[in-house]
Write a protein that binds this ligand. Structure first.
Ligand SMILES: Cc1cc2nc3c(=O)[nH]c(=O)nc-3n(C[C@H](O)[C@H](O)[C@H](O)COP(=O)(O)O)c2cc1C
Length: 243
């Protein structure tokens, strides 16, 4: 393996931190690398808000369902899709900036590629990371806490900091379950591959002291009811169109 592959294989989400803040120079270096991510037609429809105010962080902990690592990790960012700059350009040129589902997808894809690059860059500098989808528990509250203008869509948070734990690496699905050649595989083969992965995950849980826990059981429950049903109305209230 080359150093990049080794770094990628080393990834695990960190949920306990020493509180050490990432020095400005390192954060800047990570940002510069993250911005090198590919972006649809070079539109760059994303931004990151570095939250440093302890009062705002405390509010984001509550919004995220009591995830203390949001305030304790040292460096916390909110990753957003961002059409704001494009709206400003359109206003200056006196032309329209029409959002639709496609522009919203550009925001989600661009923001995610940027964020993954940022996490990887931070990890390569020796820091631990954890994404925080928990901020979507109450997007309206996030919008109010961060005073987000129209056209800005918070998607998830990112903790960066010095790890205070060494978690086991979480296994992933076998490659045949996610990488296909020429045609999509049969349902039977997918079910079989997921069953073998379920055994891998049972072993992982056992090492973590959660004997009896399994992946399939959790996944069967995961989408039984629609999750975070307020997302659409918040994003639309911020100016997004999902048509
Ligand atoms: C968009 C996104 C949101 C996530 N949100 C949370 C979260 O709110 N809290 C948390 O502890 N982990 C969160 N995670 C981390 C995942 O649980 C984790 O990546 C997954 O279980 C795989 O484990 P690993 O990253 O250690 O390999 C999130 C990951 C992603 C990609």
């Amino acid at each position: 393996m080359n150093p990049t592959l080794t770094q990628m294989h080393d990834h695990r989400s960190i949920r306990a931190y020493t509180g050490e803040v990432v020095p400005k120079s390192e954060l800047q270096a990570a940002f510069e690398a993250a911005q090198c991510a590919a972006t649809s037609a070079n539109v760059q429809v994303y931004s990151a808000i570095h939250v440093t105010d302890p009062d705002l962080l405390a509010k984001l902990v509550v919004i995220s369902g009591g995830q203390e690592k949001v305030a304790q990790c040292g460096t916390f960012l909110v990753i957003c899709g961002d059409m704001r700059r494009h709206h400003l350009l359109a206003q200056s040129a006196d032309c329209a900036c029409k959002e639709n589902l496609e522009s919203f997808l550009l925001c989600t894809v661009d923001a995610s590629l940027f964020a993954q690059n940022l996490a990887l860059a931070a990890e390569s500098l020796g820091w631990g990371t954890c994404f925080i989808g928990g901020i979507r528990n109450d997007l309206a509250a996030v919008g109010a806490v961060l005073n987000l203008p129209q056209g800005v869509y918070p998607f998830f948070g990112l903790c960066i900091g010095r790890a205070a734990e060494e978690p086991w690496k979480r296994p992933r699905l076998p490659q045949q379950a996610v990488l296909f050649e020429n045609e999509y595989p049969s349902d039977e083969s997918l079910l079989e591959l997921m069953s073998s992965y379920d055994d891998d995950m049972a072993g992982y849980y056992e090492k973590r002291g959660a004997t009896g826990r399994r992946w399939i059981g959790q996944m069967e429950q995961f989408f039984t009811t629609p999750r975070r049903t307020g997302d659409r109305s918040f994003y639309e209230s911020q100016g997004a169109s999902l048509e």
